[in-house]
Design a protein around this ligand. Structure first.
Ligand code: ATP
Length: 233
């Protein structure tokens, strides 16, 4: 579904992705783990079109997309849940969700809203509440719901567990698994490597802008270097 070949990206003259190659097959949860500053968010932004690339190719559903603007990539089936949620604090939950459906036809709005409210009944009960008044866990569910409003085929999830209590992380993992079981494909960036590897099919380790390890999640979880560097074992 997604293939990234030798992708490079820079902020000004400083290159932070030095030729990243990875792929995500339809129906998979693939996780990208790595330390602070490894380039995970930059790669997510490169896929969604927020961050330009300086070299390489990004293919989605067989088509080159690296030159398409971000809003066209959303319409083509890629939605991003940004790091730190970035909900629109003064707007209601409902308006945040509607903004997620900006690329959709009007007729698709009601069914999309019904689907998201069924997935997150907790949001259904607070549709008129300003997003800024929500707890961290509720805001994370809203950020995921907003991304789902565009009916993506690929969901990019950037650090969804950040700042959440352990019981909320468990709920979140259950939601992510349910989305995959409902045939959504997911690329998950996490510093919580333990949680990410527990639900992923495959994993990549990104270190200072390069993929240094990849394989089935169980193999990555058992790798001595990963256990020492990312799992604290
Ligand atoms: P984190 O987990 O802290 O978000 P990350 O793996 O997602 O880390 P990035 O945020 O992609 O890493 O950052 C990669 C490198 O690019 C870092 O050295 C960071 O300081 C730098 N960087 C990120 N955003 C910018 C920016 N807007 N301008 C300049 N440099 C940036």
């Amino acid at each position: 579904m997604l293939s990234i070949e030798n992708v490079k990206s820079a902020y000004g003259r400083i290159e932070v992705l030095h030729g990243v190659t990875l792929h995500v097959d339809a129906g998979e949860i693939v996780t990208l783990i790595g330390a602070n500053g490894a380039g995970k968010t930059t790669l997510m932004h490169a896929i969604s079109g927020v961050q330009p690339i300086t070299d390489g190719a990004i293919r989605f559903a067989g088509e080159r997309i690296e030159k398409r603007p971000a809003h066209k990539r959303v319409a083509f089936g890629i939605s991003q849940v940004p790091e730190g949620r970035q909900v629109f604090a003064p707007l209601s939950v409902m308006d945040n969700l509607k903004l997620g459906a900006w690329s959709c036809r009007d007729a698709d709005l009601e069914p999309a809203l019904a689907r998201v409210c069924a997935l997150f009944p907790m949001l259904d009960a607070i549709l008129e509440t300003p997003a800024g008044a929500l707890s961290g866990g509720q805001q994370q569910m809203l950020a995921i719901g907003r991304a789902l409003m565009a009916k993506p085929r690929l969901l990019l999830l950037d650090e969804p567990s950040m700042g959440l209590a352990p019981n909320l992380v468990d709920q979140l993992l259950t939601v992510i698994r349910a989305l995959r079981d409902d045939s959504l494909t997911i690329l998950l960036v996490e510093q919580n490597a333990r949680a990410a590897l527990a639900i992923a099919d495959r994993a990549y380790v990104l270190e200072t802008g390069r993929v240094t390890l990849s394989g089935p999640a169980a193999e990555i979880q058992a790798d001595r270097r990963v256990r020492e560097a990312y799992l604290g074992i």
